[in-house]
Design a protein around this ligand. Sequence first.
Ligand SMILES: Cc1cc2nc3c(=O)[nH]c(=O)nc-3n(C[C@H](O)[C@H](O)[C@H](O)COP(=O)(O)OP(=O)(O)OC[C@H]3O[C@@H](n4cnc5c(N)ncnc54)[C@H](O)[C@@H]3O)c2cc1C
Length: 301
Amino acid sequence: MKQYDVVIIGGGPAGMSAALNTKRMGKSVIILEKEAFGGQIATSPRVENIPGFKEISGVDFSGIFFEQITELGVDFDLENVLEVKKDGDLFIVKTDYNEYQAKAVIIAQGCQHRHIGVAREEELVGKGISYCAVCDGAFFKGEDVAVIGDANTALQYALNLTNYCNKVYLCMLFDRFFADSILIDRVLHNDKIVITKEIALQEFLGDKELTGLRFKNTKTGEEVTFDVKGVFIAIGQVPNPNICGDLVDLEKGYILVNENMETKTKGLYAVGDCTKKNYRQVATAVNDGLIAAVHVSNNLK
Ligand SMILES: Cc1cc2nc3c(=O)[nH]c(=O)nc-3n(C[C@H](O)[C@H](O)[C@H](O)COP(=O)(O)OP(=O)(O)OC[C@H]3O[C@@H](n4cnc5c(N)ncnc54)[C@H](O)[C@@H]3O)c2cc1C
């Protein structure tokens, strides 16, 4: 079994910040990531509120951060963590390939995309339905596509898709945006984006692949159909499944922590978007990672 002072679960901004600062404080540390280092921010085409970068793509930011931690000597592996258990004063972290023993564990699992819950959604993922414009937008070059959502992510997706697509239908459930005014302004002034408000998705059209979307107007009941080959669903996030059992307390799936990012179990920390908090952003995730790293390093024997 591999042994570390600290095992960090999740390679997004919170996990990488925790790794950076734990390593700098002289601890042995590994970061385990199930998909790709960078986390959610790697799916953002353009980020403008990370201190120190006037404007950067999420992929570039993640690449720089990953280089910073690996050059420092942080170990990493692409493994899905299935379970965290206590073993006396130590922790056992079980992945799909290995088991790790750690003096402390930092959970930085983040969130995942919320699904819209309309019939055949899972079946058509990858066949027209996507949750990431940066990852999949280029597949729809020259086509008409739709974005469902009304907050920052949806607006960023719509703007990004205008680089590839012919027309982008922005489909909103309510009659107002829940986004930064700078993004709203850009969307309103982009003539490739067609905004339709107060519509709720009823059906994904198409047999083996998506060919369109049927909506109903929430006020008038009138139906509207968009002929699109791609739809990008951006309606928020939900927490990832709990891998710590009763070692942590949850509220609506989010992990409860104190001001040092400690859970109810000594030596077990949680940071970033997976914790209960009001604002989920890169800056708050990075802040949490630093706090946990300093606290755990000061308290490890
Ligand atoms: C499209 C988009 C645009 C955004 N734009 C901005 C922006 O402009 N500015 C801003 O500040 N924030 C933005 N955000 C929010 C920001 O990305 C998040 O707040 C931030 O990434 C949270 O970091 P995190 O490390 O807590 O979680 P995440 O980024 O979610 O990272 C968690 C990581 O943990 C991994 N993981 C989960 N479970 C396991 C497991 N069991 N085993 C191993 N690994 C696991 C995941 O694969 C993921 O890589 C945006 C988010 C999205 C989706």
